[in-house]
Design a binder for this molecule. Structure first.
Ligand SMILES: [Fe+2]
Ligand SMILES: [Fe+2]
Length: 414
């Protein structure tokens, strides 16, 4: 592992040297400006190498804590600087490709003359573009931390459900997802979320997974706050891939894993959430009724597949509409849409909209689209729907650009 870390840092050093030597001539106006730039550049770069080394070496030693976790600030800083540098490299790579072509062309046009000493300068435009792109991305990501992180938005959507009893037309489900409490870092901000949820007067409240990043202890400081959510006919929840403590190197069914998992399940009870682990409930409201089903996490690719749809759907009333809570939207096309029993609506989360993108009434885009076809909002196929909530918390990068933390208000109609 140490060897891999060594080569990773060597690779970063190589990229840094390439970027530095390509743009440093822009700061050549005076000896002072050149010195300030190079000192600042290399100090920042080496500080990041050191932090990466430190975090990596101490990863196993870190004990889960009930206190707030400020690692998120460090990982955000590294994320912001690394991505800005990577973007800055693109124009320089294009520039070097063009320089190479010019070099080859010069060989043919000066046939017979020696090419030793031929110096092909960089395009001033591409050099400046590199600095512009890098700094723009950095400022954008920084503003996402300052203005996006807790910029909660209520998104209202009306959904038509086949077989829906008209006497419960307008039934209101309020959904949040992906709290990732280990990086949320503010009880006051979560109180604000709970206040917004209660203002919506939910008939049903659902939480669709990823309560924590890894450990149940991350959720402990927030139990009281989340316990204040009110909903007329019930509060339901499911687990997300992060709620299994699978990313810290613990073996499943080891004592510490079991202890964490049991505590995780208990926390949902303490918050007053009915955690659905491959099971269902029937909701009866006067003469109308419908099924609420919840599965454990099921995600395509390398994600865990603990969700068992057959088991979860065993007890449902087949004559009534069915709403499924399943964290990962890839479950919809992989199993849910073609499942032998009808599932009218899946409520999911997981994508976070990558915490980066555009979300307007005319244009919706995020890089996460390349991985998840259903990544934000409502999608319909064969008169069945999936609604993907882009999450309320954050992971890795403590900010949001364009895709704000979401509270979904879903009204169901016949
Ligand atoms: Fe998540
Ligand atoms: Fe997830």
């Amino acid at each position: 592992m140490l060897v891999r870390l060594f080569f990773f840092i060597l690779f970063l050093l190589f990229l840094d040297y390439y970027l530095f030597s390509s743009i440093s001539s822009l700061f050549n106006r005076s000896i002072l400006s050149k010195r300030i730039f190079s000192t600042f550049y290399w100090f920042l770069s080496f500080a990041i190498y050191f932090i990466i080394y430190y975090v990596f070496i101490n990863y196993e030693k870190r004990t889960p804590s009930v206190h707030f976790n400020n690692d998120i600030i460090i990982s955000t800083l590294i994320f912001m600087i690394l991505f800005s540098k990577l973007l800055a490299l693109f124009p320089l790579i294009i520039d070097d490709f063009l320089r190479f072509l010019r070099f080859v062309f010069s060989l043919f046009s000066n046939r017979g003359s020696s090419f030793v000493g031929v110096k092909i300068s960089r395009f001033d435009f591409l050099q400046k573009l590199s600095v512009f792109l890098g700094s723009t991305l950095f400022v954008t990501l920084l503003s996402g931390v300052l203005f996006g992180r807790y910029n909660f938005k209520v998104k209202k959507t009306k959904i038509k459900i086949k077989n829906w009893n008209s006497i419960i037309n307008g039934l209101k489900i309020v959904q949040i997802s992906d709290l990732h409490l280990g990086s949320f870092n503010s009880i006051e901000k979560l109180e604000e979320v709970v206040e917004i949820i209660n203002e919506q007067k939910p008939d049903i409240f659902v939480f669709t997974g990823d309560l924590v990043n890894n450990y149940f202890t991350e959720a402990v400081p927030y139990i009281n706050t989340l316990g204040k959510i009110k909903a007329k006919y019930g509060k339901f929840s499911v687990l997300g891939n992060h709620d299994y403590c699978d990313y810290v190197g613990w073996k499943r069914n080891s004592d510490k894993w079991n202890n964490n998992f049991t505590s995780m399940i208990n926390i949902h009870k303490k918050m007053g959430f009915d955690l659905l682990m491959n099971e269902s409930r029937i909701i009866k409201i006067s003469d109308a009724s419908f099924n609420i089903v919840g599965v454990e996490n099921w995600g395509s690719g390398n994600f865990n597949k603990d969700g068992d749809l057959t088991l979860a759907m065993k007890e449902i009333d087949m004559n009534q509409p069915t709403i499924l809570l399943s964290h990962d939207p890839s479950h919809w096309t992989s199993q849910v849409l073609n499942f032998e029993k009808n599932i009218d609506l899946q409520l999911a989360g997981h994508t976070h909209g990558m915490q980066f993108g555009i979300d307007t009434s005319h244009l919706k885009w995020s890089p996460v689209k390349a991985r998840y076809k259903q990544w934000s909002g409502l999608y319909t196929k064969f008169k069945k729907h999936i609604y993907v909530n882009t999450g309320i918390g954050h992971l890795g990068y403590a900010g949001r650009v364009g895709i704000m933390p979401e509270i979904s208000v879903l009204e169901l109609y016949s």
